[in-house]
Design a protein around this ligand. Structure first.
Ligand code: HEM
Length: 448
């Protein structure tokens, strides 16, 4: 249980991925520890994860530590439960329907093009750019920002907020938590202005403003502002990591990149791809899933609290104890995924996915869409294969020797070496150049 009161917070806070995978390997799929005064039970593997996601067992209401709720807002969707959560989630999911997703594609590809253009002929780390790319994308989609402009100050504020959500909750001048609160306040001012001044036509903000529930419910401006903060948080950290690690995979695996290019050439045309085309990118979809399974993205779900005394596999859980699902540990569970550290996209074909037990593939949480599963899942499922295929179709690159172990960070850590890639326009016509040169593998990340 660790030290009195703080428990294992130091170990968890400094490396939640290693802590959760290591905990599963040592203690099994259900185990408990203490974090800042609370007993927390961790759940990994399909059976235990399903048990945790069952709303009859755990509620999200009053579950997450107050200092984190205050950072985001106690009324944000991950902290709601029951009927209020259902309605809020229904309304939010209106921004992730097929017509909504399809309408985002021109802006998304304009941003891809702007960034990849700036990488041409350069030899420098681009992980920070990838983060900014995703931030710009979310800013355009959800806050009606400009696709042509970047605001690194806002991105830095998000980074600060993410740090604060995993730091000791000491609200004193100079602490990480206090800095996170200040960063949050600057972001709130920005969202208030964007929501008030933009109808958001053709963007997710517009879909959120137009969303209506089964009984005519709608989101107030304040609710949209609250949810934007969390959308930005989720995207800037986890989705940017997903794209950055996808580039690492392309850099390290030229043979796989060549297969992806052949698929992209067969499916995509020269204009902006459609959603239907993206959904025909079978290999890119499998690679995206395997990136989410293999690399560190989100180590935990949000917190739940046991509604009553519970028991699973002989472990007794008292009413009021807290619970957390462990996506990364579940994805690294050797009883589901043989040799789980190995990168094998073929193991996540549609057919293989259907054959897995319920809640075995949970990079974005589990259970039904209208439960607490990630709200942005459909966007991620579109953006990852779209990015990978567009990148391989239009570029060649060299991937120099570098450190690709995960850097610091609790949600979506980026490669330590900063992701160095020398990107060139794809050589077309005449003799095809080799698609990619891998110089050396350097240190790797997937050896859990
Ligand atoms: C690779 C990228 C992403 C990963 C790995 C990821 C992962 C997760 C995980 C593990 C959860 C917690 C589920 C739970 O508490 O049970 C979550 C929740 C959530 N995510 Fe994501 N996420 C990603 C991107 C996004 C994006 C881009 C958005 C929105 C634009 C988003 C919106 C949300 C929302 C709204 C929730 C809370 C859902 C609820 O409690 O009902 N996520 N995500």
């Amino acid at each position: 249980m660790g030290a009195p009161f703080f428990g294992k917070m130091k170990e968890f806070g400094s490396d939640p991925f290693g802590f959760s995978v290591g905990g599963m390997r040592k203690h099994g799929s259900v185990w408990k520890t203490r974090l800042i005064g609370s007993t927390i039970v961790f759940f990994s593997g399909p059976k235990a994860f399903t048990f945790f996601m069952d709303p009859a067992n755990f509620t999200r209401e009053n579950a997450t530590a107050k200092f984190i709720q205050n950072l985001f807002h106690p009324d944000a969707v991950p902290f709601l439960d029951g009927e209020r959560h259902k309605i809020r989630k229904w309304l939010l999911l209106e921004a992730f329907t097929d017509p909504a997703l399809e309408s985002y594609l021109p802006s998304i590809f304009a941003i891809f093009g702007r960034y990849a253009g700036s990488w041409l002929g350069q030899d420098r780390p681009i992980a920070r750019d990838v983060k900014q790319l995703v931030f710009d994308m979310v800013n355009v989609l959800f806050a009606a920002g400009s696709p042509q402009a970047s605001d690194r100050t806002l991105t830095d504020d998000f980074t600060q907020m993410v740090r604060g959500s995993f730091a000791a909750p000491i609200n004193l001048p100079g602490t990480t938590y206090r800095k996170a609160i200040h960063a949050r306040d600057r972001l709130r001012v920005y969202f208030k202005k964007q929501v008030a001044e933009n109808e958001g036509e053709g963007t997710a903000l517009g879909f959120l403003k137009q969303a209506r529930g089964p009984k005519g419910e709608k989101l107030t401006s304040q609710e949209i502002e609250i949810e934007l903060l969390h959308f930005f948080f989720a995207a800037t950290s986890a989705l940017s990591a997903a794209l950055a690690w996808s580039l690492v995979v392309l850099g390290e695996r030229p043979e796989l990149a060549a297969r992806l290019r052949a698929e992209a050439d067969g499916v995509l045309s020269d204009g902006t791809p459609s959603l239907a085309q993206i959904r025909r990118l079978t290999l890119a979809t499998q690679v995206s899933r395997e990136v989410l399974r293999t690399y560190p993205m989100a180590s935990t779900t949000f917190v739940g609290v046991a509604r009553r005394d519970l028991e699973i596999d002989g472990m007794k859980i008292r009413a009021g104890w807290k619970g957390i699902g462990l996506p990364t540990a579940t994805l690294q569970d050797a009883s589901t995924f043989r040799n789980p550290g190995a990168f094998e996209p073929d193991r996540l074909s549609d057919e293989a996915l259907r054959a897995l037990p319920e809640n075995a593939f949970v990079p974005m949480g589990g259970g039904p869409r209208d439960g607490h599963r990630c709200g942005g899942e459909e966007l991620v499922k579109m953006v990852m294969p779209a990015f990978i295929s567009w990148f391989v179709r239009n570029h060649d690159w060299t991937f120099p020797e570098q450190d690709v172990s995960p850097g610091p960070g609790s949600v979506g850590p980026l490669p330590k070496g900063g992701l160095r890639m020398q990107v060139r326009k794809r050589a077309r016509g005449g003799a095809e150049q080799p698609i990619a040169h891998r110089i050396d593998r350097g240190r790797t990340c997937t050896d859990w």
